[in-house]
Design a protein around this ligand. Structure first.
Ligand SMILES: Cc1cc2nc3c(=O)[nH]c(=O)nc-3n(C[C@H](O)[C@H](O)[C@H](O)COP(=O)(O)O)c2cc1C
Length: 263
């Protein structure tokens, strides 16, 4: 018998239209509290959350995030940032370079590892926010496109060198009359393995995607003969995906060196 938490997980859907009703300060505080109670590597909180309150900024994000107008209409917009800047700055303030010299250690700038660990922290906090919001009847939608247009987002949010936006959430109350239709998922056999990774062979791959293949409309506007071609055309090979690759590569340049600093 599923308990209320499992029911909540099963009923959650990505919400892209919101009731004409504000998210109260109390609700927002509950969501942020839930986010900050998320597990965090070493209890370091290698992330920051930016509440985008300015309507002009929301509109700008709705454009820079692959032109998704609903972003500008979301009552609450939260950007989750992988953040190595706070600790890096704190290490300067606490004379860590001198400490390193005394101990024969190298004082290093943030690395790719810090980037990914912070990204884990940020996304785990974001998902806690999603669940906290759901418990209040507030729906959400992730916006992966916030990883695009790095230079513009850096300027818009005044992000320093060692911060990168890994996720954005649009939040608002579910419309009262909306019927939720949770989307299907791939089968457990194709996702969950025991002890070792199981690479799917041709037959297993066809089986895994058979139900999506069957549901593919033809024509589908992308000249795709099958579901694989459709998804490549729509997602992996689409211009927004190429922009995401470019943007992340541009951001990672700051993190790649891990250059030893002179103190
Ligand atoms: C990392 C990530 C990025 C996403 N980016 C977008 C987005 O930019 N726009 C959007 O409408 N939905 C976005 N989504 C929502 C997904 O499309 C949605 O989770 C998926 O279709 C499954 O539907 P469900 O969440 O209702 O189960 C994103 C979800 C995740 C986890």
């Amino acid at each position: 018998m599923p308990n209320s938490t499992i029911q909540l997980l099963s009923q959650r859907v990505s919400l892209r239209q919101y009731a004409d009703r504000p998210v109260t300060d109390e609700e927002l505080q509950t969501i942020l509290h839930g986010a900050m109670r998320a597990p965090t590597a070493g209890n370091m909180m290698l992330y920051s959350i930016i509440l985008v309150a300015d309507q002009e900024k929301k509109i700008r994000l709705s454009e820079t995030c692959d032109y998704q107008p609903f972003i500008a209409k979301a009552p609450v917009v939260l950007v989750f940032v992988t953040d190595a800047q706070r600790w890096h700055d704190y290490y300067q303030v606490t004379d860590v370079p001198a400490y390193c010299q005394r101990r024969g250690l190298q004082f290093q700038k943030p690395h790719l590892g810090d980037f990914l660990l912070g990204a884990n922290d940020a996304i785990i906090a974001a998902q806690n926010a999603v669940i906290a919001a759901e418990s209040l009847g507030i729906g959400s939608c992730y916006i992966g496109d916030v990883m695009e247009n790095y230079e513009q987002h850096r300027e818009l949010l005044d992000l320093p060198e060692y911060c990168f936006p890994v996720a954005m959430l649009c939040l608002g109350h579910y419309p009262a009359t909306m019927e939720r239709q949770p989307k299907e998922r791939l089968s457990q056999e194709s996702i969950v393995f025991v002890d070792t990774y199981k690479r799917l062979d041709t037959a297993a791959l066809r089986e895994t995607f058979a139900h999506r293949e069957a549901a593919l409309p033809k024509p589908n506007g992308l000249d795709a003969d099958n579901y694989g071609q459709f998804m490549y055309g729509r997602k992996t090979g689409a211009p927004f995906f190429q922009e995401m690759h470019r943007s992340i590569a541009a951001a990672l340049k700051h993190w790649q060196g891990g250059v030893v600093e002179d103190d």
